[in-house]
Design a protein around this ligand. Sequence first.
Ligand code: NAP
Length: 341
Amino acid sequence: MEPVVAVIGATGAVGDVFLRVAEQREFPMKQLKLLASPRSVGKQLTFRGQQITVEDTTERTLERADIIFCSASSAVSKQWGPWARAHNAVMIDDGSAYRMDADVPLVVPEVNGDDLEWHKGIVSIPNCTTTPLAMALNAMRQVAPLKRVTAASYQAVTGTGAAAAAELQAQLEAIGRHEPIPAPVVYPVQIAGNVLPQVDDFDEDDYTKEELKMRNETRKILHLDDLPFAATCVRVPVMLCHSEAVHVEFTAEAPIPRIIDALRSQAGVEVSADPKVYMTPLQAAGDDTVYVSRIRRDPTVEFGIVFWVVTDNLRKGAATNAIQIAEEMLRRGLVPGVSKP
Ligand SMILES: NC(=O)c1ccc[n+]([C@@H]2O[C@H](COP(=O)([O-])OP(=O)(O)OC[C@H]3O[C@@H](n4cnc5c(N)ncnc54)[C@H](OP(=O)(O)O)[C@@H]3O)[C@@H](O)[C@H]2O)c1
């Protein structure tokens, strides 16, 4: 039996990519409902060659949904998560509202798909910088236990959503025409030609929420609650794909050839064994692969390496991971009311 699927946030940056990924992966569904805010009611979106009219997100439009993909905001997730639970549906949530809740699995299927077994109606996907990092670290810990991780991110504007992408585009066009640059609205300062060492709001110990998400979510996915971890998250004037420079310290010898072999064995990861051959955001855009390159020894610690990882934030960082979770739940018979294929 195929599920009835509802997408909350279908008109957003993630929602748009979600539809393309669902087409490409031929995600099974009996019916698809495309939902957003009242602003978008009546818009037409194309799916599998058919025009589907966007509807408001209400109890009526969610009725009969077996799987609800939510890519909107924390407030929207909080509004509909309890409803999904109460109505025997599963919400797969792209936002941060439930990620750290003890009764909500936070899942990258290639790393901790087994955590889906204890879901209680809501499953969260990680932040778009966490997913690729967790996949790379999961491979590396097969070689030696992780002792400490530090990372700096270089995050694309689509990570903030469609309005941020439009803001960068407008600023770039104004620069190209030698016209006054429109005042920033989404970001605190101009993003074109700039880098902002702040992603999301400031939080405890002078870290930003994004930096704490990266730390806490990585720990939860890897089941390493005390992993020493510090990150600096930076927004860069790149349209698509997040990059990260990561330092990993191990508790024992972790030879680079073995690290490379472990990364080659990790589903969803491609690794460059040549330290001079690397991936950039423009090259990584449009596919689901986590690209690891520039692996080299960290001479400042006894057992450590440094590497570079690049991923399409809207695909594996969001839409693809959400769809993979649903595929895995269907395969395991974990969607209430939907029998195993
Ligand atoms: N962008 C990424 O790389 C990324 C990665 C991982 C996770 N996420 C998460 O995914 C979520 C969506 O991000 P995005 O980048 O797609 O944002 P976005 O481009 O700003 O889109 C937001 C979507 O939410 C809808 N929405 C807003 N208010 C709503 C309401 N009251 N009821 C129902 N729908 C409502 C919007 O509909 P209207 O068009 O009608 O306003 C739009 O479809 C966020 O929680 C974000 O943290 C994003």
